[in-house]
Design a protein around this ligand. Structure first.
Ligand SMILES: *[C@@H]1O[C@H](CO)[C@@H](O)[C@H](O)[C@H]1NC(C)=O
Ligand SMILES: *[C@@H]1O[C@H](CO)[C@@H](O)[C@H](O)[C@H]1NC(C)=O
Ligand SMILES: *[C@@H]1O[C@H](CO)[C@@H](O)[C@H](O)[C@H]1NC(C)=O
Length: 598
């Protein structure tokens, strides 16, 4: 079913259902719909930036309430649960869209409201029917939403965006609209540690070969693909010439990889891989992929692409470069919300064009993400999972938090989308004798999403038997979705950046590492005529996988809240724990379970 219709057609329909109000109708009385009290970290108001709001375009996404969402989520969970009769029966997008279609009255009410404001010519129904898209100017949206957009700059990326701290909607739209963006959501940051971000020009020749490296392939404290292959039991797979499937990597904030760096990296560090492999750069919403750039624009993407490609060897890799924050000064600028653009782009792809696995190394403090945005975005992840995509997300690089104050309450802070129950969240480890929890690895219990049943057994076991966290029980919500689910190495990854080897740290490294390993499983299954694993978590936590397919990490601790909460953090202990989840992957054993799964 195609939903792209011009408003004239739709409104003609609506007018026959509703008595059209006069243009000056006062039934559209408004009140504040959403409000944020703090500017997210890394962003500051930049008052000196001059913006011509009449000349600044905006594509406003008015998301409609989807009454069938709970029913869909229930089915999506069954599809992902091994032993359920629906397991692996991934859905097409048209079936999902039909299940979650908003009420016509919701759509018509929004269109009627926009018409009464004289904006009907600028409105379209989104391709999947879940939103009304309004393409207009910032000044029109300010009037419409009773909002004030001001410029904010990001200290890390240098980007500037227009956002508002609050907006209003007509009361009559309550129960019909659940989210309007871009408004109050600022965007997600790359999950690289501020503490050990990267070290340029590592002296690769002098890394040396010591007794540990002879066994592990890990030189000193540095991580290479060979080292990961040894640690995670995939050396026996490094000669495979598997070519089916697609590995996907999400990229934002002008980040893009550089092909010559990948080639050099594969030549020097992944002797077994097809060194001629080239990723495909997919440009979404004016994203970019130039052949070179400044190092700060390529660290994240080079890390992601080099490790995903080295691990997946001959399997095609796709880098999705999503734009959305070009200069805002003057005309021709736009203010789109890149994360939603990215997910909507993927959901619009046909099944054969979807990646089987998606690695995402971007996130932000959960407390700075508006609830409506977090919920609707998490529901989009659930849809991708039900389509058959396995999604791996970095857990964050601030341990249990930095400032540890959420709206005046002293508590551990959590990350989004790490806390969304529909993604697989990957924490950090470091070292190899033994492999231990990385002190900065993101960890915690979501304050907005409840605990999904797939992790009840392991998390309840930890809550009731672990004695290392008794002093901090007041600082997290034990009934929230707990993360990470799994973990992987996070420090000193050797990455080529503009021709030279550098050391990069962060759970930004853990996500493409585990995503590459999951893609090997997905490709193996697809090659033997099975479906990909799709949304992973119920499978990961099932006894078949959790009993043997992970290296249980039992030493080290994630920490945080220094000076605010004494002893802030979580220790790695036997079994699942919020420091390292189920543990790090044992690929050989995971493959055995994946091959035995229906
Ligand atoms: C809702 O609108 C669609 C598209 O305009 C139409 O095909 C469908 O029949 C309508 N459904 C109801 C229940 O009116
Ligand atoms: C804890 O989390 C649950 C599930 O998300 C929520 O219902 C509850 O309100 C939270 N409690 C507190 C005190 O935040
Ligand atoms: C590695 O995987 C293989 C299966 O491919 C398995 O037989 C072996 O026991 C695993 N090694 C370890 C150390 O777990």
């Amino acid at each position: 079913m195609v939903f792209v219709e011009s408003i004239a057609v739709v409104f003609g329909l609506a007018a026959s259902v509703f008595a059209a109000p006069a243009a000056s109708d006062t039934t559209f009385k408004s009140s504040v719909f959403e409000k944020i009290s703090t500017i997210p970290s890394a962003w500051t108001a930049s008052k000196d930036l001059k913006v011509d709001k009449d000349a600044s375009p905006i594509s406003l996404r008015i998301h409609l309430v989807q009454p069938g969402m709970e029913k869909f989520l229930d089915m999506a969970m069954k599809i992902a649960t091994p032993d359920h009769e629906l397991y692996g029966n991934h859905l097409s997008q048209s079936v999902i869209d039909a299940m979650v279609v908003p009420k016509n009255s919701s759509r018509d009410l929004v269109l009627q409201w926009l018409s009464s404001e004289g904006l009907e010519k600028s409105a379209t129904v989104s391709p999947r029917g879940d939103s009304i898209i309004l393409d207009t100017t910032i000044s029109e949206v300010e009037k419409l939403l009773n909002a004030e957009y001001t410029p904010f700059s990001n200290s890390k990326s240098g980007d500037s965006i227009l956002r508002t701290m609050e907006y209003s909607l007509p009361d009559v739209l309550k129960g019909h609209v659940d989210s309007v963006q871009p408004t109050t959501f600022f965007g997600l940051q790359a999950m690289r540690s501020n503490v050990k971000d990267w070290t340029p020009n590592i002296d690769v020749e002098n890394l040396g070969t010591d007794a540990v490296s002879a066994v592990t392939g890990c030189t000193g404290s540095s991580i290479t693909p060979t080292c990961l292959a040894n640690l995670y039991n995939l050396t026996s797979y490094t000669t495979k010439t598997q070519t089916v499937g697609r590995m996907g990597i999400g990229g934002f904030l002008k980040q893009h990889p550089v092909m010559t760096d990948l080639t050099k990296f594969l030549t020097n560090y992944a002797y077994y891989a097809n060194q001629a492999m080239k990723y495909t750069c997919v440009l979404i919403n004016a994203g970019t992929c130039p052949t070179t750039d400044t190092s700060s624009n390529i660290i994240e993407a080079n890390l992601d692409v080099q490790y995903a490609q080295a691990i997946t060897q001959n399997i095609p890799n796709y880098y999705y470069s999503t734009g959305g924050s070009p200069p805002i000064v003057g005309s021709g600028s736009n203010t789109n919300e890149p994360y939603l653009e990215f997910l909507n782009y993927l959901l619009a792809l046909d099944d054969a064009s979807l990646p089987n696995t998606l690695s995402i190394s971007y996130g932000d403090d959960e407390a700075t993400v508006p609830l409506s945005y977090a919920t609707s975005t998490c529901n989009l992840f659930a849809q991708l999972g039900a389509r058959g995509v396995s999604i791996l997300v970095s857990s964050g690089d601030s341990g249990v938090g930095t400032t540890c104050n959420v709206n005046g309450v002293t508590q551990f802070t959590t990350s989004f989308p790490a806390g969304c129950p529909w993604v697989t969240t990957v924490g950090g480890t470091t070292g190899n004798s033994p492999e231990a929890a990385w002190t900065y690895g993101g960890s915690g219990f979501s304050e907005i999403f409840g605990r999904p049943s797939y992790q009840d057994t392991q998390v309840l076991n930890w809550l009731t038997t672990d004695t290392t966290h008794t002093a901090v029980t007041n600082y997290f919500n034990a009934s929230g979705r707990a993360y990470p689910d799994i973990s992987a190495q996070a420090t000193n990854f050797i990455v080529y950046i503009l021709g030279s080897a550098s050391g990069v740290s962060g759970t930004s490294a853990s996500a493409p590492t585990t995503a590459g390993i999951i893609q090997l499983l997905n490709s193996d299954r697809i090659a033997s005529g099975k479906k990909g694993l799709g949304f992973l978590n119920p499978w990961l936590y099932s006894s078949a996988a959790s009993a043997s397919a992970f290296n249980d990490i039992t030493s080290g601790k994630v920490s945080g809240c220094s000076g605010v909460i004494s002893g802030g953090g979580f220790s790695a202990v036997a079994g699942w724990d919020p420091a390292t989840g189920l543990g790090t992957p044992n690929f050989g054993n995971l493959l055995t379970v994946a091959q035995a799964t229906a």
